[in-house]
Design a protein around this ligand. Sequence first.
Ligand code: VGL
Ligand code: ZN
Length: 199
Amino acid sequence: MTEQALIVIDLQNDFCPGGALAVAGGDEIVPLVNDLVRNFDHVVMTQDWHPAGHSSFASSHPGRRHFETIDMPYGPQTLWPDHCIQGSLGSDFHSGLAWTKAELLIRKGFRSAIDSYSAFFENDHKTPTGLAGYLRERGIGEITLCGLATDFCVAYSALDAAEQGFSVTVRLDACRGIDLDGSVEAMLKRMRAAGVALA
Ligand code: VGL
Ligand code: ZN
């Protein structure tokens, strides 16, 4: 019997209203995420975890604006406001999140030169975070994803997980999106095509 895990993506202050990269309604999902946490045997959480001056910040590219896309050696990269700086208040989990049950915290985006949306691989789609190996070693074959943001870190995590052979469900009611130029619709389509169950 394969084990199941809940993976809570980036439910951090900077992605909630008032934060540096606020996702509309980001804080609304906290009660539902806490219910999910109670109902799963295994819980993993991720934190976006950038050093100051990270290359995904528009502020690191003079003349560039927030939400512009630039070409990086590993492919296109959206430029964000400074967010989730390691150890800052904005990088903390939302204060209402029931995080104590989490068996593993995965931090990502900690290398200056490369961003990491997915909980499994950095944005070069090659550098692993170690999460796939961790889940496999623990006999976990089915994962349920929730958190922020639907169209970036949740979606890329779901796509990588499906490609890695995990059975993947995204709880859309426990996610909220950023939605840049229709990115929510586009990523829902990609997830469906990859066999991700959208619940
Ligand atoms: C995220 C943009 C930049 C996310 C993280 O958690 O979806 N989005 N960094
Ligand atoms: Zn980030």
